[in-house]
Design a protein around this ligand. Structure first.
Ligand code: R5P
Length: 282
C-alpha cells in the first residue's frame, strides 16, 4: 500500500501513513517558469494499491489532485481522501445561469473510492463517479475539548445547520450544547439572534464545520461575551480562515482557535489521521 500526500496535505498524509505502519511516499512539487505546476511521485505505483491524500482548498490544490490521479493510472487501485473539499458549499444552483460547482468538481474525480471529512453538504457525495463516504471528526474534537479541563464547558452551535455535528462532538462526554439562530446576508455578513443561555462564568466553545471569513464566529463571540461567558473558544473541523479571519476572531475576544488538520495551519492540533486510517483499513 502506498500513501501519497499531495502538496496541501503532506503532514496529514504522513500521519495517515504512520497509522497504517508505512512510510509516506515522497513526491516533488514545483512550478515551471510560466507558473504551471509540476509534480512527480518518487515511487513506482504500477500495480500498487494507492491512497492519495489531498485537500482541495485552492484551485491549484484541486489541479494537483488531478495530476496525482493521472500519475497513478497504472496503479491497481486508487483511494482518494479529500480531507477538506473546496467548492462543497456551492451545492445548489441559487440563481439561473450558475453552475453547481461542487458537482463540477466531484464529477471529475475518477478513482475506485473517495473519502471526505465532514463535507459541508452530504448530497455532494452523490456527484462522485465512484462510492464516496464522509468521515466524522466530531468525536476527536470532543475528546480534545475534554482534555482542556475547562470551567463548566458549554458547546454552542452558531446555527442550526451544525447543531447535529455539535451534538456528536458532545457525544457521551457529558458536555452540554446550545444552538444560536443565524441569518446570512452575504458571503461575509451574518447576524446572530440573542438568546437566553446559562453562560455566566462558564467557558464556551463555539463549534462549526468550518471557519471561513470568521463572520459567523465574530457575531457569536460578541453575544457570548456580552452575556458574561468566561472564556470563549472556537473549534472547527476545517480552518479555512480566509483573509483576516484570525485577526477578526482575536479582536472579538476569542481565547483560542482549535481545529483538525484537514487544512494544515498552526491551529490544526487535532489530527483526523486515525479516522482516515480506520476507514482505509476497512
Ligand atoms: C455555514 O453554513 C457553515 O457551517 C459555516 O458557518 C460558514 O461557512 C462559516 O463561514 P464564515 O466563517 O465566513 O462566517
Amino acid at each position: 500500500m502506498l500513501v501519497i500526500g499531495g502538496p496541501a496535505s503532506q503532514l496529514l498524509a504522513s500521519r495517515v501513513a504512520a497509522e497504517l505502519g508505512v512510510s509516506p511516499v515522497v513526491s516533488e512539487f514545483t512550478r515551471f517558469p510560466d507558473n504551471e505546476q509540476y509534480l512527480r511521485i518518487q515511487a513506482d505505483v504500477d500495480n500498487e494499491d494507492v491512497i492519495i491524500v489531498q485537500s482541495t482548498t485552492t484551485d491549484s490544490d484541486f489541479f494537483a489532485l488531478h495530476q496525482l490521479l493521472d500519475a497513478c493510472l497504472t496503479a491497481a487501485s486508487v483511494t482518494v481522501v479529500i480531507p477538506y473539499m473546496g467548492y462543497a458549499r456551492q451545492d445548489k444552483c441559487f440563481n439561473k445561469g450558475e453552475p453547481i460547482s461542487a458537482r463540477a468538481a466531484a464529477a471529475t474525480i475518477k478513482a475506485d473510492r473517495v473519502f471526505t471529512v465532514n463535507i459541508h453538504e452530504s448530497t455532494v457525495l452523490d456527484h462522485f463517479p465512484c462510492r464516496a463516504t464522509d468521515l466524522d471528526a466530531s468525536p476527536l474534537i470532543g475528546r480534545y475539548i475534554v482534555s482542556l479541563n475547562l470551567e463548566r464547558p458549554l458547546l454552542v452551535a452558531p446555527d442550526h445547520g451544525v447543531k447535529e455535528m455539535v451534538e456528536r462532538v458532545a457525544g457521551n462526554l457529558g458536555l452540554e450544547c446550545e444552538v444560536f439562530d443565524k441569518t446570512r446576508f452575504s458571503g461575509d455578513t451574518v447576524s446572530i439572534q440573542k438568546k437566553e443561555m446559562d453562560i455566566k462564568g462558564r467557558d464556551v466553545i463555539l463549534i462549526d464545520d468550518m471557519v471561513a471569513t470568521g463572520g459567523t464566529m465574530v457575531e457569536a463571540i460578541k453575544i457570548l461575551r456580552e452575556n458574561g461567558a468566561k472564556d470563549v473558544y472556537v473549534a472547527c473541523v476545517h480552518p479555512v480562515l480566509a483573509r483576516n479571519a484570525v485577526l477578526r476572531l482575536y479582536n472579538a475576544g476569542v481565547k483560542d482557535i482549535m481545529s483538525t488538520d484537514t487544512i494544515e495551519k498552526i491551529q490544526s492540533r487535532i489530527s483526523v489521521a486515525s479516522v482516515i486510517a480506520d476507514a482505509v483499513r476497512q
